[in-house]
Design a binder for this molecule. Structure first.
Ligand SMILES: Nc1ncnc2c1ncn2[C@@H]1O[C@H](COP(=O)(O)OP(=O)(O)OP(=O)(O)O)[C@@H](O)[C@H]1O
Length: 331
């Protein structure tokens, strides 16, 4: 479905020196620096896959999604999307894809979302019967109800994002690029959006690439992740395997019926957190069973769970590893 080979997108950026004099001089003698937003990445994505596209701020995620949707021309490399070259922006290609950016809106501000839906129906030439079916489905699943008749400017952020997503799906794209679709939403609205995105993928076999700084989105939606950092690929594989590689240790989470001495907790493993009513221990995979049985026999345990390290920690450890590696290589 998607093939990316040695993709590069470099920008020439005007370097503005500090100070008024130097700034005036730079009007006549411009100096440029090169920003390597994407610097030689390759990957393939099969139809129907859900892939998380992760990386720290400025890693090159949005740039890559814009190249895949044909909004930006690559500096070099090859990009193929379902047999199309995105930058040609052929009608057949545009009907297959959709880029949803959490920070940008396509809904017309003063009109109700229903008008944008109608506009998209006309732009994408969606047959009336299919439009009606799709709209009914979206209204039901996203619980849009009366929202689609209110002017967009009167909607809350969460209500607007639901309508943005609906507007993006009117033409049933087979390929969805979602750039931080849950940004700024409360936890329950995030969960609604995630559930809907997953069901859209399952019902229509749509391929999905998602960028998000909310790891709950990634854990819920993306069995596979591609991590980029400073424009370069640092991991491509299953999310589980990434967690195993970066943080193989497990967490034993204990809920306690009464306060326990710190020494009694630390006797069982590395203490990550401890208060009156709970404790979290970090232990190697081999010692999980022993830690669990000792905790149950020595401590007043109400409840016990064994978990992986939080994904946020796994990712920041990976980014820190990458940074240390770059420093070692570049000095
Ligand atoms: N039009 C542009 N001109 C110059 N530099 C740019 C331009 N667009 C992006 N960049 C730079 O390219 C790099 C990658 O930006 P990009 O928006 O792709 O990152 P990102 O991974 O999506 O980041 P974030 O998580 O913060 O959204 C950044 O250093 C950014 O400043």
């Amino acid at each position: 479905m998607i093939t990316v080979r040695d993709l590069r997108k470099h920008y020439q950026v005007h370097k503005r020196p500090p100070g008024l004099k130097a700034a005036l001089r730079s009007v006549f003698h411009r100096t440029y620096t090169e920003v390597k937003a994407v610097d030689g990445i390759s990957f393939e994505i099969k139809p129907g896959e859900r892939v998380g596209f992760l990386g720290p701020n400025g890693a090159g995620k949005t740039t890559t999604l814009k190249v895949l949707s044909g909004l930006l021309h690559p500096s070099s490399g090859e990009v193929g999307v379902d047999g199309h070259v995105p930058r040609h922006r052929e009608d057949a290609f545009l009907k297959k894809i959709m880029l949803v950016m959490g920070q940008k809106q396509q809904l017309l501000w003063d009109l109700p979302p229903s008008e944008t839906f109608e506009l998209n129906r006309a732009i994408y030439d969606v047959p009336s019967a299919q439009y009606k079916r799709t709209l009914d489905e979206l209204v039901t699943l996203l619980e849009l109800g009366e929202l689609i008749g209110k002017p967009t400017r009167q909607l809350s952020l969460g209500e607007r994002m639901k309508c943005e997503l609906a507007a993006a799906l009117i033409h049933r794209p087979q390929l969805l690029f979602l750039d931080e679709p849950t940004i700024g939403l409360d936890v329950s609205m995030q969960a609604t959006m995630r559930a809907f995105i997953k069901s859209y993928n399952e019902r229509h076999g749509a391929t999905l690439i998602l960028t998000s700084h909310y790891m709950d989105d990634v854990a819920a939606l993306c069995p596979r992740v591609i991590v980029i950092d400073k424009g370069q690929l640092s991991y491509d594989g299953s999310l589980d395997a990434l967690v195993q590689r970066v943080r193989p240790e497990k967490r034993v989470v204990l809920r306690l019926s009464r306060a326990v001495d710190a020494a009694d907790i630390s006797a069982l493993g590395k203490v990550v957190a401890h208060d009156q009513a709970s404790a979290v221990l970090q232990v190697s995979q081999d010692s999980v069973n022993a830690t669990v049985s000792r905790a149950l026999s020595h401590l007043p345990v109400l409840d016990l769970t064994v978990e992986n390290a939080p994904l946020e920690e796994v990712m920041s450890e990976l980014f820190a590893e990458n940074k240390a590696h770059r420093t070692a290589v570049n000095g």
